[in-house]
Design a binder for this molecule. Structure first.
Ligand code: ZN
Length: 251
């Protein structure tokens, strides 16, 4: 089945709209979301409503968790953004819609298995909060082997906002090293990160997502109107200007 995998939207509606239009144009049959739908960005409600409407299932990200329950290990900027985001949910005048959104947040999945594939927001060991960084293949080989021990064939993660594939050598390949796509191998375990829709951090500011079928996975980057989002962030006092500026640089 032709499946789109999106992650880390972070309330960036402009980026999400461009990604969803591309997914539709390419005829994906379903969309999976790896979490962090909200937090940081200026359009949390619109983004949540779109994910609710368009995605087959969605995972619980640390920022979704922060808005629903409480922020854990957040810096001041992130915590302030989480509380502002929660206020937007609280201020929804339609009680039915308010309830529907909270229920959707509360029902986000922590782990989802589908045949040999595992879906989480962060890592198989700590599905909401553990980062799997490209550097870990050099600096933390034990961490990587412990992560791969928990994987049958494939694991899909977001959380770092860095697009690419980890193999169990262990090694990390950004899309440029793969020719933008990767053919599934039978004897290799992989951790796939589709990158971030709404706040890429691999120095490429374009929105990132992945499109896969039985044969391969392709990484897609898309331009969108970043200055428009920077302006929206600037206009909201509780969102630090840095949250807009970083979008311009993809960091
Ligand atoms: Zn995130």
């Amino acid at each position: 089945m032709r499946t789109a995998v999106i992650s880390d939207i972070h309330a960036n509606l402009d980026a999400l709209n461009v990604v969803l239009a591309d997914i539709e144009a390419r005829g994906a049959e379903r969309i999976i979301c790896l979490g962090d739908i909200i937090g940081y960005g200026p359009n949390p409600l619109e983004c949540l409503d779109l994910v609710m409407d368009k995605c087959d299932f969605a995972m619980m990200g640390n920022h979704d968790f922060a808005v629903l329950y409480e922020p854990t290990s957040f810096n001041t900027t992130a915590e302030q953004a989480a509380f502002w985001t929660r206020k937007q949910f609280e201020q929804e005048p339609d009680p039915e819609l308010r309830k529907q959104r909270y229920e959707f947040l509360g029902n986000l999945l922590v782990r989802k298995w589908e045949e040999g594939s595992l879906y989480v927001h962060a890592s198989p060991r700590r599905p909401i909060n553990e980062y799997i960084f490209p550097d870990d293949v050099i600096s933390a080989p034990n961490k990587m082997s412990s992560i791969f021990d928990r994987i049958e064939e494939r694991c899909f993660v977001g959380h770092t906002h860095v697009t690419g594939i980890f193999t169990n050598e262990p090694d990390f390949y950004p899309p440029a090293d793969l020719g933008e796509s990767y053919k599934w191998g039978s004897d290799e375990k992989v951790v796939v990160n589709p990158g971030s829709v709404g706040q890429p951090r691999d120095r490429d500011p374009r929105a990132s997502y992945a499109l896969m079928d039985d044969e391969q996975i392709e990484f897609v980057r898309l331009e969108y109107d970043i200055p428009a989002v920077v302006e929206k962030v600037k206009a909201i006092d509780d969102l630090s200007d840095f949250l807009g500026q970083r979008l311009l640089e993809g960091r």
